[in-house]
Write a protein that binds this ligand. Structure first.
Ligand code: AHR
Length: 503
């Protein structure tokens, strides 16, 4: 048994949590759209072709914002191909994923899907094969009320009211050699600036994110953000971050170090963005959009990335998640919450089938992967202000990161309801943790609403179509509340959510 302590104080606040950190991502890639969220021939599809079982699971997962339509796909996409009568939409080669894109699902269908689920859409404009002209036309089609060729075209397509899309990504991973029409930082910074200018002229109410580095490991990391922001600082609100965690050494203890690296990544990008602000003598602060993140290392072979013969909706990167992956995803969510002062949007990549928390079989069932649970619980209980966690915990040393505390936690306090939620990982692999929590100044009369744990004795345990509940949340009965104190026993290698309310 190891002992740990966690203290928060009602006055020591990181920031109000922006609920957009619980976002996900739908890309035209593999089976995310086709046979994922959209499958008109499925017995469970609604009149629009949306899979109702997937909508139900998406509701339970609880994303607040969803990025669309890519990803690498974005850099070769013509938005015009995906609107208007379906029988007139062209079939195209998708050069990002070597697939055939039928365009049977496009912007308007995605907006309908989002509205049905009460999710905010986050859109990207193609700064690969296209540029500012395309972007200004696209936003006019989406957001301008009426009286111009493109806004009236949207109305002709059956959408009288503007889509009012507020959050826009200026391209995708433009530093990556794999990207269709990759750019240098100067080329991209200029393109982002001019595109942003035009888009804001059409709709001044939008928020814009410039592309940061594709990963923390890029050779141009840091310099890229510096140069890009040097050009477009005044016109953008966000810089994006992407990361995919890998378990390269097949060691759970090392794998956990990725969570700390993510925290470092955020702090480094904040430092770079603020140094650009300093150079410009500006008090403006660029916020962070962590708009692609997840575990992804098993389904990464060339066979996972492309199939021969330009197929429609092939099985690409259908990563099967195990218990340790769920713990790392939980840790990443904690990191995001604890950086709530600068990370304002984030997207778990992706939503269905393609590195997704939800899996489907074409014509068949849908089920939850292990990573579904920490995300759904964080989204469900992550409301209010993030409090600064003071942690006393033993640590261990790893190659991924020099000092990794066994206890990793975030505390979110909702003043409106009096509910305080503790999210905690016990990263000790063999020992239970005796956790002593002190909620200072948050109300002496508290009740325990929920104590949930995600635990499995086998780190490699997975959920499948035939055994979908192998890794599933359970009640942790070893939690008690006494005034401002909570005492909890956390299983080794477990994710935990403890919800209490002040009376
Ligand atoms: O999410 C899969 C791919 O990973 C995205 O298309 C791309 O942006 C990233 O490299």
């Amino acid at each position: 048994m190891i002992a740990s302590r966690l203290v928060v104080d009602r006055d020591f606040v990181v920031a109000d949590l922006d609920r957009r950190v619980f976002g996900t991502f739908v890309e035209h890639m593999g089976r995310c759209v086709y046979t994922g969220i959209y499958e008109p021939t499925h017995p469970n599809a609604d009149a629009r072709g949306f899979r109702k079982d997937v909508m139900e699971l998406t509701r339970e997962l609880g994303p607040t914002i969803v990025r669309y339509p890519g990803g690498n796909f974005l850099s070769g996409y013509n938005w015009e191909d995906g609107v208007g009568p379906r029988d007139k939409r062209p079939r195209r080669l998708d050069l990002a994923w070597y697939s055939t894109e039928t365009n049977q699902f496009g912007t308007n269908e995605f907006i309908e899907w989002c509205r049905e689920l009460d999710i905010e859409p986050m859109y990207g404009v193609n700064l690969g094969t296209r540029g500012p002209d395309h972007a200004r036309h696209f936003i006019e089609y989406c957001n301008h009320p009426s009286g111009t060729a493109l806004s009236d075209l949207r109305r002709e397509h059956g959408y009288e009211k503007p889509h009012d899309i507020k959050f826009w990504c200026l391209g995708n991973e433009m530093d990556g050699p794999w990207q269709i029409c990759r750019k240098t930082a100067d080329e991209y910074g200029r393109a982002a600036l001019e595109t942003a200018k035009l888009m804001r002229m059409v709709d001044p109410t939008i928020q814009l994110a410039a592309c940061g580095s594709s990963t923390h490991d890029m050779a141009t990391y840091g310099m890229w953000e510096d140069r890009v922001l040097e050009h477009c600082f005044e016109q953008v609100d966000f810089i994006s971050l992407h990361t995919y965690f890998e378990n390269r050494r097949d060691s759970t203890a090392e794998f956990f170090g990725n969570i700390e690296v993510m925290d470092l990544f955020i702090k480094e990008i904040v430092a770079v963005a603020d140094s650009v602000a300093a150079r410009k003598h500006s008090s403006k602060r660029i916020m962070l959009s962590f708009d692609e993140w997840n575990v992804w290392y098993k389904a990464r072979s060339i066979n996972d990335l492309r199939k021969p013969g330009w197929p429609e909706a092939p099985r690409l990167i259908e990563e099967v998640y195990n218990h340790e992956d769920a713990l790392v995803v939980g840790g990443a969510l904690i990191t995001m919450m604890n950086n709530a002062d600068r990370v304002k949007t984030a997207c778990l990549a992706q939503l269905v089938n393609v590195i997704g928390p939800i899996m489907t079989e074409p014509g068949g069932k849908a089920w939850r992967q292990t990573i579904f649970y920490p995300f759904s619980q964080a989204s469900r209980f992550g409301h209010g202000r993030v409090l600064k966690p003071i942690v006393e915990s033993a640590s261990y040393e790893a190659e991924t990161f020099p000092e990794i505390p066994y206890l990793y936690s975030a505390v979110v306090d909702d003043r409106a309801s009096g509910t305080t939620t503790v999210f905690a990982l016990n990263r000790h692999l063999t020992d239970e943790m005796e956790l002593d929590i002190e909620l200072r100044g948050l109300g002496k009369e508290r009740t325990l609403d929920q104590a949930i744990e995600l635990h499995h004795s086998n780190m490699k345990a997975v959920n499948t179509v035939d055994a979908p509940m192998t890794v599933a949340p359970a009640v942790n009965s070893a939690v008690s509340v006494d005034g401002e104190r909570i005492r909890a026993r956390l299983k080794p290698g477990s994710w935990n959510v403890i919800v209490t309310t002040a009376r």
